[in-house]
Design a protein around this ligand. Structure first.
Ligand code: FAD
Length: 334
């Protein structure tokens, strides 16, 4: 059942909360816990009940021990097997399903990341339940809020499915404390399902700057930068002066000014930093869908009628080729 409406008050008895048990599927890469996947634990805490973390891969016991310190986790289950290192859904989904069956969880949560988006639909198909994607709020144990139509409408979804399979928007549930917890660590079940897909290679963009999806500050450039040369001349010094990650509009990416991995928006990354400062970005709805939850939005654009000014907290009408270098210099000398 779905309905589009405003928020309704959460009503959940303490007795009900005790019956809830959530499996939070956590990501790891090369033996390190991916802290942004802990948004699933924060969301599970809002549900109430017991929370079990889950990790799989090679040498993953140490990751499980690291996760055991995460506040809110009662138990962490790990499955030691290098076949799960890359999180390929073909064998990872049956693995998660077997562990869900063993634990009898009422809810299964993971991040709405490439990993979660890849994994959860297969888990849902194997269990014959409907997945609820990209939630931004929890109203009760069966009612969740998620943006639709690129964030232009907010859908409140109620489900009778069991278990409830959910991916969580990382910018809506901040990762909790990674210290202070003392969860039990246990080995899970390994169905060793065959994996017809082979991991060949990956080509990761390397950067010394903060990760775009989790950065506290983001500076973003659009088509107004005119060329890759100008983008590279103006945006990195501004980012460095602020200690910010760099983002870009789709027009800037499509024009070759910036790498695809930097795209912010409906078909790019969702960001919600403390500061989103953009230059030469008009503020199309597809761009706003990825950044409008930023705490402070600042923009520089020569067109005072550009829609970005409608969402900006601070706006400068002016030529970015003058304003950006001037701002960079002022920040450096501040
Ligand atoms: P423009 O809209 O061309 O804006 C350029 C701005 O620069 C203008 O406001 C102009 O006044 C200003 N400017 C020019 N010169 C200067 C100067 N010298 N000084 C100051 N300002 C200057 N877009 C995204 O960004 N992310 C997405 O994920 C995304 N997904 C999409 C998905 C779909 C299905 C579709 C249809 C579109 C999507 N788009 C997305 C594209 C989106 O509709 C816009 O086309 C795009 O965001 C425009 O990028 P822009 O603001 O850089 O360019």
């Amino acid at each position: 059942r779905s309905r589009v409406s405003g928020p309704v008050p959460m009503s959940r008895s303490a007795a009900m909360a005790r019956l809830l048990s959530t499996l939070a599927v956590l990501e790891q890469r090369e033996g390190k816990l991916n802290v942004s996947s802990l948004a699933a634990v924060t969301a599970a805490q809002k549900l109430g009940g017991s929370i079990t973390g889950f990790v799989a891969g090679s040498n993953v016991k140490s990751v499980a021990e690291e996760a055991a310190k995460v506040e809110g986790l009662e138990k962490v289950i790990f499955v030691e097997n290098g076949d799960y290192d890359k999180g390929l859904p073909e064998n990872y989904a049956p693995l998660v399903v077997e562990n869900i069956k063993k634990g009898g969880y009422t809810h299964v949560l993971t991040g709405h990341s490439a990993f979660g988006k890849n994994l959860m639909p297969r888990v849902a198909a194997l269990l014959d339940v409907q997945q609820i994607s990209d939630i931004t709020a929890i109203e009760s144990e069966d009612t969740f809020v998620r943006p639709i139509y690129a964030g232009n409408a907010i859908l409140t979804v109620q489900t009778a499915d069991s278990p409830k399979l959910i991916t969580v928007r990382g910018t809506a549930f901040a990762a909790g404390a990674t210290e202070g917890g003392s969860a039990a660590v246990e080995e899970g079940v390994d169905p060793k399902a065959p994996c017809p897909t082979e991991w060949v290679s990956e080509d990761l963009a390397k950067s010394d700057r903060p990760d775009l999806a989790t950065a506290q500050k983001v500076v973003s450039g659009g088509r107004g930068l005119k060329s890759k040369e100008e983008f590279d001349r103006l945006m990195p010094p501004l980012a460095d002066a602020l200690g910010a990650a760099i983002g870009a509009s789709r027009a800037a990416v499509d024009s070759g000014f910036a790498d695809n991995s930097l795209q912010v928006g409906q078909t790019g990354k969702n960001v919600a930093p403390q500061l989103y400062l953009c230059a030469g970005i008009s503020g199309a709805i597809q761009h706003l869908a990825g950044m409008k939850d930023s705490k402070v939005i600042a923009c520089i654009d020569k067109n005072a009628e550009a829609p970005i000014f409608q969402v900006a907290d601070v706006g400068l009408v002016g030529d970015l080729f003058e304003a950006v270098p001037e701002l960079t210099e002022k920040l450096k000398s501040a």
